[in-house]
Design a protein around this ligand. Structure first.
Ligand SMILES: Cc1cc2nc3c(=O)[nH]c(=O)nc-3n(C[C@H](O)[C@H](O)[C@H](O)COP(=O)(O)OP(=O)(O)OC[C@H]3O[C@@H](n4cnc5c(N)ncnc54)[C@H](O)[C@@H]3O)c2cc1C
Length: 331
């Protein structure tokens, strides 16, 4: 059996798990290559705690360089194209040939898609912006904080509600009288989890005194007036605005033949195989329809479990075993 090369694009919650699992199950003759534009893995869920100083940056960042000691080749480079016919990935550090490819490039954020967002909101999904928010929160003198969702889908359906609850607790601990509000185009929190879960989250918000405006689409952030203008012409004042930006597929995938019209990658929901043989996609970059008629949410828990399925099945294929592990959508 000749040595195979497995190339993994993206070292986030999905890609890093694939690399580590494969390294454990394959012998050294097989090459595992991980490509990421960053030099470190960032654990995104901790951004919400970083926001109020309950977690430090060094506790949520891990450098990729120790992967080399494990026998995983890490290339810090931007992926700018994939040639599926010739099984080669083009990156800013050169081309990488592969036998198996796992695409785990996540969802990109496009804050500029909502007019005024960049000028008026703290971007909850960007490390530098969360640091700015944390520093400004310490000197915040206002009494109205809005947590706003730009559009659907977005990573981690719970995040805006969790952010509002954390901010509310933070202000209470400081004896500050601040009204926190969540404004979202969703009909309820975490719609895919069903009405009972939505109601449970709404009860938590109510108990905490957090105002909730569902079914509310924002048209513009009026940064100078500190107002949100809704699609139906209402205005919502704020002193501080914490925003979930618009999301979309990374350009390199959106413009490739593997993506659907939406830009996301359709996959077999059970084994995460794309329409191209030996090419898999996992995590936020995929589009997986659920039997309830909604797409599988973009969350790290799913990226991780999908990664385990893909790593198992690639290793089984290489070793001549049965590639029979399935993702069942639980999270
Ligand atoms: C504030 C916040 C809170 C969250 N809380 C939770 C939670 O509580 N529970 C939960 O399950 N999920 C949570 N999530 C969601 C979770 O972080 C994501 O769903 C998960 O990280 C997706 O994993 P992924 O591997 O698909 O993509 P990612 O983890 O986003 O990884 C993608 C990687 O690809 C790299 N990359 C992208 N484009 C390129 C390119 N062109 N070239 C090279 N590299 C590239 C990126 O640098 C990144 O390292 C949260 C997210 C946020 C932002």
């Amino acid at each position: 059996m000749a040595g195979k090369t497995i190339c993994i694009l993206g070292g986030g919650s999905g890609g890093l798990v694939v690399a580590n699992k494969l390294k454990k199950s394959l012998s050294a003759e097989h090459k595992i290559v991980l490509v990421d534009k960053l030099s470190y893995h960032l654990f995104n869920p901790s951004l919400l705690w970083l926001m109020v100083g309950w977690r430090q940056i060094e506790d949520m960042k891990r450098d990729f360089s120790p992967l080399k000691r494990k026998g995983i080749d890490f290339i810090q480079a931007e992926v700018n194209g994939i040639d599926f016919n010739n099984q080669a990935v083009s990156t800013t550090a050169g081309n990488v040939k592969y036998d198996y490819l796992v695409i785990s490039l996540g969802a990109d954020i496009y804050p500029e898609r909502l007019a005024g967002f960049k000028e008026g909101a703290y971007n909850l999904y960007q490390l530098s912006e969360v640091i700015r928010l944390r520093d400004d929160l310490a000197n915040f003198k206002g009494d109205k904080v809005a947590v706003m969702v730009s559009s659907i889908p977005f990573k981690c359906p719970a995040a805006p509600y969790e952010a509002a609850l954390i901010l509310n607790a933070y202000f209470k601990r400081q004896n500050k009288n601040v009204q926190v509000q969540v404004v979202s185009p969703e009909p309820q929190p975490m719609p895919v989890a069903g009405p009972a879960m939505g109601q449970a989250v709404v009860s938590l918000l109510n108990m905490s005194g957090i105002q909730y405006m569902p079914n509310t689409t924002i048209k513009t952030v009026k940064a100078d007036k500190k107002e949100l203008e809704t699609a139906d012409g209402k205005s919502i004042p704020f002193d501080m605005l914490v925003g979930v930006p618009s999301h979309g597929a990374p350009a390199v995938i959106k413009n490739s033949s593997i993506a659907a019209e939406t830009g996301w990658i359709p996959v077999n929901a059970k084994n995460l195989q794309t329409k191209i043989e030996n090419v898999y996609a996992i995590g936020d970059i995929t589009a997986i329809p659920l039997p309830v008629g909604k797409p599988l949410p973009k969350a790290g828990v799913f990226a991780h479990l999908e990664a385990e399925v893909v790593a198992h099945n690639i290793a089984a294929k290489i070793k001549g075993g049965t590639a029979d592990k399935e993702f069942n959508g639980d999270g």
